[in-house]
Design a protein around this ligand. Structure first.
Ligand SMILES: Cc1cc2nc3c(=O)[nH]c(=O)nc-3n(C[C@H](O)[C@H](O)[C@H](O)COP(=O)(O)OP(=O)(O)OC[C@H]3O[C@@H](n4cnc5c(N)ncnc54)[C@H](O)[C@@H]3O)c2cc1C
Length: 392
């Protein structure tokens, strides 16, 4: 149930865990103490404010589905949508937000104009690239470690009714990698994703526009529903295994390091228990503007083009299987770090202080200072990122 007065809950000083829709995968929003839930998709639409210049102000508890429906009615759209829309705006901005549009438009956090952030005393302040820029840089992609995002002002784009897509199959992972590297160099692609599912390797490449027609090439399709044209089948996969433990992990590496990262994944797919299940791989290309902010903990660094490598498995609740899977993920995390990449912190990430220092450098110490300055010691204190920063 959504919390009515977030500033009072935060200002009380009682231990509290922030939660949007609770779709992160590693206990980020699980707690024995108080839970502050923002997700309120039905009520949120009444609190949306249309601003000038294509900007829109939304409550953090709105779902992407509700927001996109709202925007589409007035001919607008979010520049980047995740492939599953029933997640909160605040929760996704607190991790980063990528999708098939990222090949053109980067991360969702790149399209945030400003956020209203509540600190540990209950005080709220608007933060942007120019007002409280450090809090802005730490809050977006920061897992709620520097306060609660209450509202966000987002940039929108004119809607494109049609998506023209081509699906391609690939015989090997090496072939998929080569294809993705070629796509990453092109500037005429609006959507891209690739996956390995039940042994099938495929990718989708597309353009957006209005009044688009089939080109006659094989595997060509036009999707004229703006929402359906912007999400992928991953949501169906998620629903299919809702009774299992979701062990998902994603790494983002500079495009030049994509091939070695996938080679490591391919090797580890042969190790138990992954060799006995049917894990899914999911690949996205992320191209960011040259002036995109350098967020402290978001998964992308400043490389103009990066690749998301997601590995998703659904296990029985067997502790040995979970532990062996986490070992494999830890090896992948090490490799990602060696290759100059970062983990996507919504997923399973065994982060200890030495590794966090390698990944985040001086921002880790600065996080501890900001939490102290803004009296946030009782907020999301259980997160490995906070424990690494505060050496607890
Ligand atoms: C089926 C499925 C598909 C997905 N697809 C994508 C995808 O395409 N692209 C992508 O980028 N990600 C994807 N994800 C990952 C998703 O973006 C994250 O799990 C995200 O956190 C979900 O939002 P949420 O509202 O559930 O956040 P939660 O899990 O509730 O919270 C995530 C983190 O943010 C903090 N937090 C939550 N709300 C706030 C707030 N208002 N202010 C400050 N901190 C807050 C929480 O404490 C927690 O640490 C997917 C996940 C699932 C389960």
């Amino acid at each position: 149930m959504p919390s009515a007065f977030p500033s009072a809950v935060l200002g009380s000083g009682r231990p509290v865990t922030l939660r949007g829709a609770g779709h992160s995968c590693d206990g980020q929003t699980v707690t024995d103490s108080e839970l502050l839930v923002t997700y309120a998709p039905d009520a949120a639409v009444r609190q949306v404010r249309d601003l000038d210049d294509g900007l829109i102000e939304v409550p953090a508890g709105m779902s992407w589905y509700g927001l996109e429906r709202y925007l589409n009615r007035s001919g607008r759209a979010a520049p980047v949508l995740p492939n599953y829309l029933h997640m909160s705006v605040g929760g996704t901005l607190s991790v980063g937000g990528a999708g098939i549009d990222s090949v053109r438009s980067g991360m969702q956090v790149d399209h945030v104009e400003r956020i209203q952030l509540i600190d540990g005393t209950g005080i709220s302040r608007w933060c942007s690239r120019t007002d409280h820029p450090e809090l802005f840089r730490f809050a977006l992609g920061g897992l709620g470690t520097v306060g609660l995002i209450e509202r966000a002002v987002l940039r929108t784009v004119p809607i494109c009714q049609d998506t023209h897509m081509h699906r391609a199959d690939h015989a090997t992972l090496a072939e998929l990698v080569e294809h993705a590297e070629q796509i990453a160099q092109r500037d005429d692609v609006d959507i891209y994703s690739a996956s390995m599912r039940r042994g099938r390797l495929s990718s989708i490449v597309g353009r957006r526009g209005n009044g688009l027609r089939r080109c006659g090439e094989e595997n060509c399709m036009i999707v004229s529903d703006p929402i359906r044209g912007r999400i992928s089948h991953l949501r169906d996969v998620a629903a299919q295994f809702s009774d299992r433990v979701r062990l998902w992990t994603d790494y983002i590496v500079p495009v030049e390091q994509f091939a070695p990262m996938v080679a490591t994944v391919e090797t580890l797919l042969h190790r138990a228990p992954l060799n006995g299940v049917d894990p899914m791989l999911y690949i996205l290309i992320v191209r960011r503007a040259l002036d995109a902010p350098s967020f402290a903990f978001a998964p992308v660094r400043t490389a103009p083009v990066s690749i998301v490598v997601g590995l998703y498995t659904w296990g029985d609740r067997d502790p040995d299987v979970i532990s062996a899977t986490r070992h494999i993920f830890r090896d992948l995390l090490e490799r990602c770090c060696e290759l100059g990449g970062r983990p996507y912190l919504y997923g399973v990430t065994d982060l200890d202080t030495p590794l966090a220092e390698r990944l985040y450098g001086t921002d880790l110490d600065r996080l501890a200072q900001l939490r102290s300055e803004h009296r946030l010691e009782h907020v999301n204190a259980h997160l490995p990122l906070v424990r690494a920063a505060t050496r607890t």
